[in-house]
Design a protein around this ligand. Structure first.
Ligand code: SF4
Ligand code: SF4
Length: 415
């Protein structure tokens, strides 16, 4: 197989095809610390794209409760187990050094492509019908010790919790090296050169389900009515700026723009001639992922270079987060609980506007207070963050200090 560069793994890896990269890449950062599992995202997607016959079990966006929940059932545990069987004790990282080329160190294990059986292009499995039937099994089921240890941390710290769960919102990752695309004998899945969105050509698809089998995130789904596979299309008319709501500029997908918990920030990042994200520290996604390294890929060891990034939940045991997000989890949590002025300002952009922000700037404001975080002093400033759309026009202006509105006495709370 040809060799391609996977920056998330800090090394080259095997892939079915040679390097070929889009001009821009669709990407997003999800802040897990804020998700409330309201499922508004899930229903926004379903009511837009998957309400027709044969799509009943199709949830292109889903939100599962970790560690037990998953859609399809146990999708990640099953893939991790397959990888473990094929390469026992192999999922290891060398974190002795890290640099721009290998920000999380070097993955020394093997990816789903490198563990592929001889008659396939990626290691995978086909979920059973039963596994697709219940999208939200184990909702709110926590794990952890009971009794004395089952307590919140003392002293107002932001420590790991003894008993824990968290919500993991998921869509297709519009991977840089999609396993769905590598697996298909008909070349039905393709990656758009303009924005990196991965689609399945419904005319070319003959329903072999190799994409369903190969996608380690199980985000390609089979539709028996049409005998073809379908997947998240990243609401591409909105990304193209063709939705009338956008006024001619790119706007966020349905699932992103409805998010009640304000956990999501989505956009497009420029890709350079080598297939890397072009250096662009004023793009909020580039800043969060490549500069602050607070947004991390989901199961980077799979090897597809997913483009949905996560700010990990700070209360969850680190060993679990290392497996799910790689060795960058400690650094990401450290930055998130003790944010720089700039990071705190950029975090205000999450769900502040549906217009895609291509550039931001921070205008410094006055000091408004201090907080004690795990024994360290965090200074807080009322800085202003300004976001600009694709044409460089101001789309949003947010302050760190939220405005305070006093309800007039003549409008008492009637609830
Ligand atoms: S809309 Fe936002 S807060 Fe609600 S479940 Fe989806 S990602 Fe979580
Ligand atoms: S998440 Fe799965 S379906 Fe989406 S691009 Fe990656 S491999 Fe393909």
């Amino acid at each position: 197989m040809p060799k391609v560069k996977n920056w998330q793994l800090g090394r080259e890896m095997d892939y079915r095809y040679d390097e070929a990269h889009p001009e821009w890449q669709f990407a997003a950062v999800f802040n897990i610390n804020r998700c409330i599992a309201c499922q508004t995202c899930t229903m926004a997607c379903k009511s837009t794209w998957t309400f027709s016959r044969g799509q009943e079990y199709m949830w292109w966006n889903n939100v599962e409760t970790k560690p037990y929940g998953g859609y399809p059932k146990f999708w990640d545990v099953k893939t991790l187990e397959l990888m473990e069987q094929a390469n026992p004790n192999g999922q290891r990282w060398n974190t002795a050094t890290s640099d721009k080329e290998a920000p999380y160190g070097v993955y020394e294990g093997k990816t789903v492509f490198e563990l592929s059986p001889k008659d396939r292009f990626a290691l995978g499995y086909l979920p059973t019908d039963d596994e697709w039937q219940v999208p939200n099994l184990y909702e709110d089921n926590a794990v952890g010790p009971r009794g004395e240890e089952n307590k919140y941390p003392k002293g107002g710290g932001l420590d790991e919790h003894g008993t824990w769960f968290f919500y993991l919102a998921r869509i297709c990752n519009h991977c840089t090296y999609p396993a769905c695309l590598a697996a298909c004998p008909r070349q039905a899945p393709y990656k758009r050169p303009e924005d990196g969105i991965v689609l399945i050509d419904q005319q070319r698809c003959w329903g072999y389900r190799r994409c369903v089998e190969a996608c380690p995130y199980k985000k390609a789904m089979y539709r028996p009515e049409t005998k073809t596979s379908e997947k998240c299309i990243a609401c591409y008319p909105r990304i193209e700026g063709k939705d009338p709501l956008g006024g001619g500029v790119p706007i966020e997908t349905r699932c992103m723009s409805v998010c009640v918990g304000k956990i999501r920030l989505q956009g497009l990042v420029k890709v350079d001639g080598n297939g890397e994200w072009a250096h662009d520290p004023e793009n909020p996604l580039y800043y969060l992922v490549r500069e602050e390294k607070v947004g991390l890929p989901l199961y980077p060891q799979f090897g597809t270079e997913p483009n949905i990034y996560y700010i990990p939940p700070r209360w969850v045991p680190r060993s679990y987060l290392h497996q799910m997000f790689g060795p960058g989890a400690d650094h990401a949590i450290e930055r998130y609980v003790m944010p720089s002025r700039k990071l705190l300002a950029v975090l205000q952009l999450f769900r502040a506007t549906r217009t895609i922000i291509f550039r931001f700037e921070v205008i410094e404001g006055k000091k408004i207070g201090e907080a004690n975080v795990n024994g360290k002093t965090l200074e807080l400033f009322d800085d202003t963050v300004v976001g600009y759309d694709k044409n460089g026009k101001e789309a949003i202006r947010m302050n760190v200090l939220e405005p305070f509105h006093l309800r007039d006495e003549k409008y008492p709370n009637s609830i």
